[in-house]
Design a binder for this molecule. Structure first.
Ligand code: UN1
Length: 490
């Protein structure tokens, strides 16, 4: 059994008081993985102080040296990939294959971002004045708070911690208290990679105690958050009122449009893996299949055939395609939406209940609703579970209109071989990411990740501009005329 711990000023803390937490395997509730206590506001204040004290030394460490530590952390993670992936599966529930994919992605992120440490620079810009020179520099923001969800308990922390550190910030990292063990594992890897004390602090605590304090403490100079649109909006609003930067990656209601000329097998494969992979607990999960009416029955049938063969169970079982939901509250939410869909008049084509013969865990079946109207709640609200809504559209224009009729705008996909429609869709779809003839999910370290509308606000994560959020720009003017200026300088 592991201990749920906090890490402040380079020390692992066993708390004697505070609310107790117990981490159970969502695939088998009889298996207790870890126990401990949640950090309080006092610990949060301590962590912020540690990060503030470590700031000057870290900010003045040459960026490539900071990058070396991040690179080393990546190497350790890669060497221990199977072990970390097993813990991830046990704690979060996704299949071992998905967990390995996630750990590999975290490694890619660490490796790529470490390389960016050799590019933390600015630009030189010609001045309109003679014998004058202007350039820009990038500075760390200071102490930043990184608040992460349980559904990608290692990749999301990696893609926030790595650029924050490379840019010279010190960090207070608050993972979801649902997955504290994987988070601690990542921090421990950074410790072994040589991160100096106080530069990276881990707080496992509730949003009301720890999260609130991080939002309001004047020493926190930026917040990067991934989670629900509701929490993200609250964070963004508070940061705006404090005049500090915020980057919030939030929910999705991601559509896949399938047109009648598409490869329908490819489309069915893509929708099923996008909707039910990682048990649908992915902000990029496919939750709306908008099918051209002429081929809709065929696509629904192909999807149903595929999904009905899926085995639901413990993600460590190699025959299992879909693990459990992460928690009881997620399971209740999914069950609530399944009931809502039925009441609204949609028809369950497959799933809709608990799978038979599974251990005591948070299992639901992959569920497809047909006959969904765009105005139904199951077509508009993020469910964050394995529930897919099929909406029929007469033609491409109607499909595009439905796809855009959402408050969210994270990712989308179109299946067609019509080049004109592909380009038109990529231009007019209101999402931050678009996939063509492939599922809505996934991303790569060197490619920007993020959405528009209620799905995201602030600068993009990952990709070539990953350091922009974590730095401020300073402009330097050097006048080497040695003479007082005669002309006006605006
Ligand atoms: C992916 O689709 O692989 O919370 C990434 C989430 C996203 C990450 C998804 N921030 O699901």
């Amino acid at each position: 059994m592991l201990e749920v711990r906090n890490y402040i000023r380079g020390e692992w803390l066993t708390l004697r008081e505070g609310r107790e937490v117990e981490v159970r395997n969502p695939a088998n509730l009889d298996e207790i993985l870890g126990k401990g206590r949640l950090a309080s506001a006092r610990h949060a204040a301590n962590a912020i102080e540690a990060a503030e004290q470590a700031l000057e030394g870290w900010a003045r460490t040459p960026a490539p040296k900071r990058g070396e530590i991040v690179e080393r952390a990546g190497d350790i993670l890669k060497a221990e990939m199977d072990d970390v992936a097993r813990l991830l599966t046990q704690e979060e529930g996704k299949t071992f294959t998905d967990a390995k994919g996630e750990v590999y992605r975290a490694y890619n992120v660490l490796n790529y971002t470490a390389g960016q440490s050799r590019r933390v620079g600015g630009v030189t810009i010609p001045s309109e004045l003679p014998r004058n020179f202007a350039y820009t520099m990038r500075h760390p923001l200071g102490v930043v708070a990184l608040i992460t969800p349980w559904n990608f308990p290692i990749a999301i922390p990696a893609w926030k911690i790595a650029p924050a550190l490379v840019a010279g910030n010190t960090v207070v990292f608050k993972p979801s208290s649902t997955t504290p063990l994987t988070a601690a594992r990542l921090v421990e890897i950074f410790e072994r990679a040589g991160i100096p004390a106080g530069v990276l602090n881990l707080l496992v605590g509730s949003s009301s105690d720890v999260g609130d304090l991080l939002m309001h403490d004047r020493r926190i100079r930026g917040i990067s958050f991934t989670g629900s649109s509701e929490n993200g909006t609250a964070i963004y609003t508070t940061c705006a009122s404090r005049g500090i930067k915020a980057q919030c990656e939030m929910g999705g209601k991601n559509p896949v449009v399938v047109l009648e000329d598409a490869d329908l097998d490819l489309a069915a494969d893509g929708i099923v893996s996008g909707a039910f992979g990682s048990t649908g607990q992915r902000c990029t999960a496919t939750s709306r299949a908008i099918l051209q009416a002429s081929i809709a029955d065929e696509v629904v049938q192909k999807m149903t055939e595929r999904v009905s063969k899926w085995k639901v169970g413990n993600g460590l079982d190699p025959e299992v395609q879909m693990g459990p939901l992460v928690s009881e509250s997620q399971m209740k939410t999914v069950e609530h939406y399944v009931e809502t869909g039925k009441k609204e008049g949609a028809r369950v084509v497959t799933g809709g209940g608990r799978p038979p013969g599974v251990p005591r865990g948070y299992y639901v079946q992959p569920t497809i609703f047909d006959g969904v109207k765009p105005e139904f709640r199951i077509a508009r609200e993020e469910i964050f579970g394995p529930v897919l809504s099929v909406i029929r559209a007469g033609d491409y224009d109607e499909a595009l209109r439905y796809a855009n009729a959402s408050e969210y705008g994270l990712t989308s996909s179109i299946y067609t071989n019509d080049a004109g429609k592909i380009f038109d869709f990529c231009e007019r779809i209101e999402t931050g990411m678009v996939h063509v003839n492939s599922p809505t999910v996934g991303g790569e370290a060197q490619i920007p990740f993020g959405g528009v509308k209620s799905s995201g606000v602030g600068e993009r994560e990952q990709g070539p501009t990953v350091l922009d959020f974590y730095t401020d720009v300073k402009v330097v003017y050097v006048d080497y005329t040695g003479a007082a200026r005669t002309s006006k300088f605006y």
